[in-house]
Design a protein around this ligand. Sequence first.
Ligand SMILES: Nc1nc2c(ncn2[C@@H]2O[C@H](COP(=O)(O)OP(=O)(O)OP(=O)(O)O)[C@@H](O)[C@H]2O)c(=O)[nH]1
Ligand SMILES: [Zn+2]
Length: 354
Amino acid sequence: MNGHTPSLEVLGWDTAWEDAFRPHRAAGLRPARVVTQEKYRYLLWGEEGECEGQVPGRMVRLAQSDAELPKVGDWVGYRVPGARGQPARIEVVLPRRTRLARKVAGRETEEQVLVTNVDVAFLVQALDQTFQPRLLERMLLMCLEGGVQPAVVLNKADLCPDPAALVHEARRRAGDAPVILTCARTGLGVEELRRLLPAGRTGVFIGPSGVGKSSLINRLYGEEIQPTAEVRERDHKGRHTTTWRELIVLPDGGLVIDTPGIREFHLWMAGEGLHEAFPDIELLALRCKFRDCQHQTEPGCAVRAAAAAGELDPERLASYLKLRQELDYLHRIRHWQRPPRQKPRPLRSRPGAD
Ligand SMILES: Nc1nc2c(ncn2[C@@H]2O[C@H](COP(=O)(O)OP(=O)(O)OP(=O)(O)O)[C@@H](O)[C@H]2O)c(=O)[nH]1
Ligand SMILES: [Zn+2]
């Protein structure tokens, strides 16, 4: 953001946040919003602009679960570093208003939190692809559980001669959530999206690759701020144009968080579909010696043992492993294709930065 960071108010700060923060301010902390996360390092936008934040080891050790540590979207209190070039120490996370999370497989109580303090999630599917009702239901459920308002978006209306049936199908599953028919080409429905993202509100776009999330964000912004498939294609040929933005302030003041993690949301979902599609294997896997057993060559693998004993169809195991491999591959591929993330920059330039 080359030195220009939006004010706290633009980032969604209000009097209720200020009230919650009062004791921390009194203790010398400053408020900031988490814009990106990489393990225990964070990019923060706060009163003093952009800075790199870090969670002290003590906080990591004391945390009951990973969900307690700062996530993208969180409001945190940080202490200004004492020495030049040091990252800011994040000392508190304000109680979250909302969150998007999934249960970690095998550990009933633990949640993997993806993003917090989001007001609205646009659940995007494209009308030129097969409508995925199960995916929609899972996304809706996640919104419901996390207190996030969902809006179902059916994009690429121009590629579907008769969208009415699909709109009806989506509406039937969406409950109270609005179903919005959009076209990023013509701008159809974009006003409706904009109405859900007034100043001070934060939104995310969730959905499979290629459904038009970047295109819709660009429409909302009014110009190309997020590289679309075409632009990324051109990037490969060296004609670099747009860089990736992880937090976008719309002209009307609404915020869009668009981190690679959120982009991979649908892969999470696919991962859960894997467990649903192969419950027998998941059940067997509980008896594997290692919790993260890949059922390949690990000792004490109950899944391979069952296959060897004729209790599990080897073909079924093979298709399970194949699907899981595809998901892993997709994960890797997407990390490669994504334009390089902006490295978090410290408040002041770091001498001998790595
Ligand atoms: N015809 C038509 N094409 C669209 C529309 N919206 C997006 N596209 C095209 O669909 C392709 C994918 O669009 P993106 O915006 O890059 O999709 P995305 O959801 O951001 O994809 P990922 O970044 O891979 O998650 C591009 O070629 C867009 O030009 C639309 O409403 N109509
Ligand atoms: Zn195993």
